[in-house]
Write a protein that binds this ligand. Structure first.
Ligand code: TMP
Length: 218
């Protein structure tokens, strides 16, 4: 039976809890016996770590939206070449804490940069790769204000901006409902239960194409 890699991305506005859910999901996959890898973006590669420090610096507010876009894309290009392509070749399940939809939502819908430009750049960087399933943890920026205020950085400053980003994410999900699953943020456990349910349905629907299921159970 043919065995394929699976790319699973976690997305959402600042403070929505997507990193917690992504890590929990990765641990769940490992516990199920799946051959899974976890990558955070930006911040996995050496360049990504350096760019993360610049991009999330509390002091530097002078980066223009276009420069910001190119820095995120540079981090993505390194991640794809150094980690994602090799993992795809090894047919792993790749769990990503943020990926292409972050750029579309933050730099595209949030900062107003052309979505076409971002799509073209992604086409070049991704070389045909795309997440198979994306969990969008959706919450109102108002309810997340307290979480975000504990650790404000350059992008987290404005509720107005986060609202735009949220709208962007919803627009992406409406355009690609097969891939992007909206998960309403509830308690940690309830949110994870919704993710698990969605994942099990995804696996069920895709199991005929993939031998990856022989390792795990669901
Ligand atoms: P995180 O720790 O939640 O991943 O924070 C990363 C920040 O970077 C978050 O505010 C979203 C932002 N970001 C973008 O604006 N564009 C991108 O392409 C990515 C990956 C992140």
């Amino acid at each position: 039976m043919k065995k394929n890699a699976i790319i699973v991305a976690f997305e959402g506005i600042d403070g929505c809890g997507k990193s917690t859910q992504a890590k929990k999901f990765y641990k769940y996959l490992k516990a199920q016996g799946f051959d899974a890898l976890f990558f955070k973006e930006p911040g996995t590669t050496e360049l990504g770590k350096k760019l993360r420090r610049i991009l999330l610096s509390k002091k530097d507010d002078k980066i223009s939206p276009l420069s910001e876009l190119f820095l995120y894309l540079a981090a993505r290009n390194e991640l794809v070449n150094q980690f994602i392509i090799p993992a795809v070749k090894e047919k792993k399940i790749i769990v990503l804490d943020r990926f292409i939809d972050s750029t579309l939502a933050y730099q595209g819908y949030g900062r107003g940069i052309s979505l076409d430009l971002i799509e073209i750049a992604h086409r070049i960087i991704l070389k045909g790769l795309k997440p198979d399933i994306t969990f969008l943890i959706d919450a109102s920026p108002i309810t997340l204000r307290k979480v975000v205020n504990k650790n404000p950085d350059r992008l987290e400053k404005s509720i107005k901006f986060q609202k735009k980003v949220r709208k962007g994410y919803i627009a992406i999900a409406r355009k690609e409902p097969e891939r992007v699953k909206i998960i309403r943020r509830k308690s940690k456990e309830k949110t994870f239960a919704s993710i698990k349910k969605c994942w099990q349905k995804f696996l069920y629907e895709h199991r005929t194409n993939s031998g990856i299921f022989s390792k795990g159970s669901f």
